[in-house]
Design a protein around this ligand. Structure first.
Ligand SMILES: [Zn+2]
Length: 125
């Protein structure tokens, strides 16, 4: 991947992780990663529609996962897709905690461990 699509993805995301909303300036490693929403292992391409900006925590936890188990229904559920889904439809904030509003939201929070100690520490004022 060249530098141009990466810059575009950063700009489009407003320099925030598209899962947990961590801002680039608040990231301990300073740089958020351009990730493949559909991982390359599953045939995902470098197309802009398949790229998202993600912090290291979200990126590592997501790995090659496409689905998870909704802790409320125990159903296999797809993960949040930053290009197809709107963040506000699936997540909300309760203080520094991200809370799932939908099955997709709850499942994604679980798989990506979006309320880990590390994440919470970064969100603390
Ligand atoms: Zn994140």
């Amino acid at each position: 991947m060249t530098e141009r699509p990466r810059a575009h993805v950063r700009e489009r995301a407003g320099h925030r992780c598209e899962y947990c909303r961590l801002h680039e300036e608040d990231s301990p490693l300073a740089v958020l990663h351009v990730e493949h929403i559909l991982p390359r292992a599953h045939g995902g391409t470098d197309d802009l529609a398949n790229l998202a900006l993600a912090c290291i925590d979200c990126n590592l936890h997501k790995g090659p996962n496409l689905t998870g188990i909704d802790p409320q229904t125990n159903e296999v559920t797809e993960l949040f897709h930053p290009r197809r889904h709107r963040w506000e439809d699936h997540f909300t904030w309760r203080g520094i905690y991200v809370v799932g509003k939908t099955s997709i939201g709850r499942t994604t929070i679980g798989v990506l461990d979006m309320n880990s100690e590390d994440q919470l520490a970064l969100r603390s004022p």
